[in-house]
Design a protein around this ligand. Structure first.
Ligand SMILES: CC(C)(COP(=O)(O)OP(=O)(O)OC[C@H]1O[C@@H](n2cnc3c(N)ncnc32)[C@H](O)[C@@H]1OP(=O)(O)O)[C@@H](O)C(=O)NCCC(=O)NCCS
Length: 459
């Protein structure tokens, strides 16, 4: 995250949110990373907000350590006098993997809760708009989050940008059709010793998958059962790894098998990290070929998982797909230049952003190598085709072809940015208009990706 300010926890609370919430008699503030007590109380409020049980002291301890790495805001109602926030939100700068194996500077927003005693007074709106301002102050090109409900965040310019699939596989119908792999699946018996390799595998998976965000170390500790080794969840979890023919670990899965009475087990997992397709296939096979198991249930999987091509009977798999990563473009030029395209080609994007951050006209020029240059056109003179000349740029001397262009909302750009929704699909839904004939086809080609975007965690 080279481009993002390192003192992201230090700048003051957004004045607009302070004023708006102050008008409701509420106090909105940034918590100091050193105030462990306030962070512990905040953590309890967040658990309550998400309808989770009260956290144990050990859980609070772990969460405070994580929160110290984040920018944490609370909304307090002085009338209550108990020091427990009625609104919570935490955020941090993080990379988002984009097509082409690179990442864009992003701002992750998490832990958005408002106490049920204080709902629908505009507290969440004030906090969410402040997070967009914080992201801009920190220098992020995009903001992102995962959502409990799909109706919450469109109003702030976010859109679903990577979907997630839940796969349920009928174990009795599984017959492997994939190639034999040269390596070996083995149990991880020394989770602490595997920690470093696990971190590297996760980093490689994140880098090769558009839609993934950078991981924090505590997350890997949790999936390996290291954060609370004697806890119920860790004891129920098993970890298996795939080593290639040279003995190098290329993937691992953290899974559990649950049993209802004396019945066969159900394998469940939501964390299978693979740095290669070979490792991914090998781990799938290991999970699917367990005896005394009726079902394998995998969550947070890709919508273009190769799995069905690895089985003889594709109908063994039942797939449910839903929105998962929600993305908000804040700096269109930086965001568009960060990813790679199926070039060459050019497009003028006329962006409408009701909150103002990204509104404007942008010329996207993609080279044959798929590298983009973006120029902001606002204020430039318009030619007969409706295309603008960039402010300060020299007008082309030979007569140029009419520009291809799209008129769209900032949320539609987020939906197509990682390759999840094609421009032509969004146009069919009335979310995008082309400003010149053939523009949707150009956009479909430029933004196409060979791997569907995917985010494999909640945050
Ligand atoms: C979702 C939640 C944060 C909303 O807080 P809130 O302070 O009541 O929300 P606000 O009053 O600021 O509402 C802002 C807007 O969102 C809408 N909204 C709020 N909650 C909504 C919901 N559950 N479904 C649909 N719309 C909702 C409001 O109608 C309002 O719309 P408008 O301003 O465009 O007219 C709160 O209900 C909550 O904590 N829920 C449980 C935890 C959770 O799901 N958090 C979200 C984590 S991703």
């Amino acid at each position: 995250m080279a481009g993002v300010s390192s003192d992201f926890r230090a700048f003051p609370a957004d004045p607009a949110a302070v004023a708006r919430l102050g008008g409701l008699g509420l106090d909105y503030r940034v918590l100091s990373p050193d105030d462990r007590e306030a962070l512990a109380v905040w953590s309890g409020a967040e658990h309550r907000g998400f309808h989770h049980p009260r956290p144990t002291p050990e859980t609070v301890e772990r969460e405070v350590a994580l929160l110290q790495e984040r920018r944490v805001h609370g909304v307090y109602d002085p009338e209550l006098g108990d020091g427990i926030p009625v609104g919570t939100v935490a955020s941090w700068p993080t990379g988002l993997s984009v097509p082409g194996g690179r990442s864009v500077d992003g701002w992750a927003v998490s832990a958005v809760t408002v106490a049920p005693t204080h709902r629908r007074r505009g507290i969440a709106r004030a906090m969410m708009q402040a997070e967009l301002a914080n992201a801009v102050t920190a220098g992020a090109a995009v903001a992102m989050l995962t959502a409990t409900e799909a109706t919450l965040y469109g109003r702030y310019g976010y859109a679903p940008a990577a979907r997630a699939a839940t796969l349920e596989i009928d174990r009795r119908r599984v017959e492997w059709a994939g190639a034999e792999v040269p390596g070996l699946v083995r149990f991880v018996t020394d989770a602490a010793g595997f920690r470093r390799s696990a971190g590297q595998i996760v980093r490689r998976q994140v880098a090769r998958t558009p839609g993934e965000i950078d991981r924090w170390p505590a997350l890997v500790d949790r999936v390996l059962g290291l954060d609370d080794p004697d806890g119920e969840s860790a004891r129920a979890t098993r970890v298996a790894r795939y080593d290639d023919a040279r003995g190098q670990a290329h993937g691992f899965v953290s899974y559990r098998i649950t049993r209802d009475g004396m019945g066969a087990g159900v394998v469940e997992f939501d964390f299978l990290a693979a740095a290669s397709d070979e490792a991914e296939a090998a781990l799938w096979r290991f999970l699917l070929e367990q005896d005394f198991v009726s079902t394998v249930r995998a969550r947070l999987r890709s919508v273009d998982e190769p799995l069905r091509w690895l089985l003889v009977d594709q109908r063994a798999i039942t797939t449910t797909v839903g929105d998962h990563l929600w993305l908000r473009i804040l700096d269109p030029a930086a965001a568009l230049e960060a990813r790679r395209y199926e070039g060459p080609g050019s497009l003028v994007l006329e962006l409408d952003d009701p909150l103002g951050h990204a509104s404007g006209r942008y010329a996207l020029e993609v080279s044959a190598r798929g590298v983009a240059e973006v120029q902001r056109l606002d204020g430039g003179a318009q030619d007969a085709s409706g295309a603008s000349t960039p402010t300060g740029a020299t007008a082309p001397t030979r007569r140029s072809k009419p520009a291809h262009g799209l008129r769209l909302g900032v949320d539609a750009l987020a939906a197509m940015y990682l390759g999840d929704a094609r421009a032509s699909l969004l146009a069919r839904a009335g979310r995008i208009e082309e400003t010149g004939p053939g523009s949707l086809a150009v956009a479909d080609r430029l933004f196409a990706t060979n791997r569907a975007p995917r985010l494999s965690i909640w945050f």
